[in-house]
Write a protein that binds this ligand. Structure first.
Ligand SMILES: Cc1ncc(COP(=O)(O)O)c(C=O)c1O
Length: 414
């Protein structure tokens, strides 16, 4: 039987979802994540179900991945058909499906580029970093990125990630990374010297708290890259593929990057990422410079091809823009919300001082809504781009009742 929880059930839902303490003691997984609040076993569209049959509205979509909703029938059919036909061949052989995905991505990015397929966002960025070094040549290898950014967990992408507290335990990290304050063009200009090969930026800092870049900064960075002979690498792993109301977030600002990385939404949950680069930049690579056993294999590529076909047919960038505008407006009207920020359907609400986003996340979850406390004071919302009007209103009603029940902590009131 399917049930929807309410706030009063919170403790019971959590206890069930986490299982008995003995189960956690014998957890076979490395402790890189906090113990899960829920175990999900099924999804359909915007809804997911836990192992007790309790349903939730998923306004996080596996961290901005399942943009077409869970178990999308056309994507599922494409995967099932390909699974029965040819799952994997390695990149030693041609792959017609990967070729079509690459052609589509190149068209959506304005043409004139080439694609390398990966299995994740970090690997897409790793490819971009290696490409920048190869393109830069001897002595021109430094990549400048922003504080508060997030670019992945491999050693190089971790160093590109501008969060020094995440670096500490893993020193020494690969050399050649420099960080600047986001959205401060004077500081960026000062940080550039002849050792720099590229600037790496998100257009909305997703993990950093859903912080959109200003149009003037994005344009100034492009100009600076042209003047100083640097590559502009845009990390669209979280923002790419329709989420922000354009195919890629940089398209809001009228800039043309040299390299674009993406992952998350590309496979609607099937692990596939991509690094696109202008053809003359991509040509810095020669056979043997980079590779991936699985990257772009027929199974993952079949999901990506279906995703791109559906997104184009149903104009999902347009839908994300329109629905995002509605959600933005309604969120601004909720109690205890002092700011709404983001683009399209990648949004965050900043809560009044003294309101704990983690507590709000837990209470919303207990009431049947999945969100994410992206900072201690902000909640991130990234529903499927296919979310219905009724689902939006249901989620807003849950948030309204949870937020209305919050009282600021004494610390926050001061
Ligand atoms: C902007 C950005 N870049 C890179 C990554 C890393 O992607 P992955 O976890 O697939 O390696 C993420 C993940 O959240 C991201 O948001």
């Amino acid at each position: 039987m399917t049930t929807t929880p309410n706030v009063a059930d919170a403790a019971a839902v959590h206890a069930h979802a986490m299982g008995a303490p003995a189960e956690l003691d014998h957890c076979p997984l490395m402790p890189t994540y906090a113990p899960p609040q829920l175990t999900l076993v099924r999804g359909e569209g915007t809804r997911v179900w836990d192992r007790d049959g309790v349903s939730y509205l998923d306004f996080l979509t596996g961290l901005a991945v399942v943009s077409l909703g869970h178990a999308h029938p056309e994507v599922a059919d494409a995967i099932a058909e390909q699974a029965r036909t040819l799952v994997h061949t390695s990149n030693l052989f041609g792959n017609e499906i990967g070729w079509q995905v690459a052609e589509t991505l190149d068209r959506l990015l304005g043409g004139g580029g080439q694609v390398f397929f990966t299995n994740s966002g970090a690997e897409a960025n790793e490819c971009a970093l290696k490409l920048a070094r190869k393109w830069g040549g001897h002595g021109k290898y430094v990549v400048v990125s922003a504080y508060n950014s997030f670019h992945g967990r491999t050693l190089a992408t971790l160093h590109a990630t501008g969060q020094p507290q995440k670096h500490e335990a893993f020193q020494p990290l690969p050399e050649g990374f420099r960080h600047v304050v986001y959205d401060d063009i004077a500081e960026l200009e000062r940080a550039i010297d002849p050792s720099c090969a590229a600037i790496l930026l998100e257009m909305v800092q997703g993990e950093g708290g859903v912080n959109p870049i200003s149009a003037s900064y994005a344009q100034d960075v492009r100009r600076l890259c042209d003047e100083r002979g640097l590559l502009l690498i845009i990390d669209e792993v979280q923002t790419g593929l329709a989420r922000t109301g354009q195919w890629f977030a940089h398209q809001h600002f009228g800039i043309v990057p040299d390299v674009v990385t993406m992952a998350k939404a590309l496979g609607n949950g099937m692990p596939i990422g991509a690094c696109w680069a202008r053809r003359d930049v991509a040509s810095a690579f020669v056979p043997g410079d980079h590779g991936s056993t699985y990257g772009g294999q027929p199974l993952a590529a079949s999901a990506a091809l279906a995703v791109l076909r559906i997104m184009e047919r149903d104009d999902l960038p347009g839908r994300a823009a329109k629905v995002g505008e509605y959600l933005h407006r309604e969120l601004a009207d909720l109690p205890r919300v002092c700011e709404v920020r983001g683009l399209g359907l990648l949004l965050a609400i900043e809560l009044d001082p003294g309101i704990d986003a983690k507590a709000v996340q837990a209470q919303a979850l207990a009431a049947g809504l999945i969100t994410n406390a992206v900072t201690p004071s902000a909640l991130r919302l990234a529903p499927p781009l296919t979310v219905s009007g009724e689902e939006l209103d249901e989620a807003l009603a849950i948030l309204r009742s949870v937020l209305a029940a919050q009282t600021p902590s004494i610390d926050g009131e001061g």
